[in-house]
Design a protein around this ligand. Sequence first.
Ligand SMILES: Nc1nc2c(c(=O)[nH]1)N[C@H]1C(S)=C(S)[C@@H](COP(=O)(O)O)O[C@H]1N2
Ligand SMILES: [Mo]
Length: 309
Amino acid sequence: MPTWKSIAPPLSEITPKEIFEQRRRFLRLGAAASLGTLLPSAFAGERLETAAKSPYSVLETPTPFKDIAGYGNYLEFASNKSDHVERAQAMRTRPWSVSVEGLAARPKVFAIEDILKLAPLEDRIYRHRCVEGWSMVVPWLGIPLAALLKQVEPLGSAKYVEFISHADPAIMPNVRRQLLDWPYLEGLRMDEALHPLTLLAVGLYGETLPNQNGAPLRLVVPWKYGFKGGKAIVRIRLVEQQPETSWMKAAPDEYGFYANVNPAVSHPRWSQRRERRIGDFFKRDTLMFNGYADQVAQLYSGMDLRTHF
Ligand SMILES: Nc1nc2c(c(=O)[nH]1)N[C@H]1C(S)=C(S)[C@@H](COP(=O)(O)O)O[C@H]1N2
Ligand SMILES: [Mo]
């Protein structure tokens, strides 16, 4: 079976030339100079060209590529933190389209190539905190989700956004079982979805996303626990009611709709006060809103974050 690399054109062919030039300058500055040694050839995707570093990036050292691409959760493929890597290689991520539908004046099905033309690709180095207590620093490439949502002209009645991931029982062993209510469904409130930090990621470390990290595009919401970031998204629905996510259906007392990183609110089975950054020996304190409080705290003013966990 061909992998997507063998059937997909390099994404560089569809990004504007001036962005490509900026990217080359960025590369020459050395920010990605060590990539060659970081990328195991089995994971190497197509190089993406991006604008300069984003002001939204944190000034922390990114977790090595091999850890980001080798450790994580992709429950459709595996229930542990590593078996999904090999299994996800069976996925074909081209051609790919995303239907943006529901309460919108101009609902539309977008080919991924057209999504990439909506805004310049940005390097965004984000903290990534998993609800289970581990964390990473991830150099994503992506565009703000808002750039896509604005295209369909959301109606005033659209209060929430649902994100629906690809589910294919033929290649995803856990989709043949009842582990979660498939397809993986996540959601955001409209103002969270339109927040400039909310990213549709298509790349990692300057390359197209590895399949195991959610290729060809996935959601990234850096002030929330990692499970809010659905992988391999195929459908985005604008809705009036708060979505019931796959995790809320599975364990409503453990996984709330908001899932904001909050060291003061424990998971029923463990504390969220501290986290282990992959590669570190000692744990570190978890920061309110994962360190993004200055940018997002006002979204929740007046809300009780214990009830709305
Ligand atoms: N479709 C889908 N998306 C998913 C998951 C999943 O199991 N299925 N796991 C989530 C969880 S719990 C985390 S921590 C992140 C992990 O993403 P990463 O592997 O890119 O670090 O993906 C999230 N998105
Ligand atoms: Mo997670």
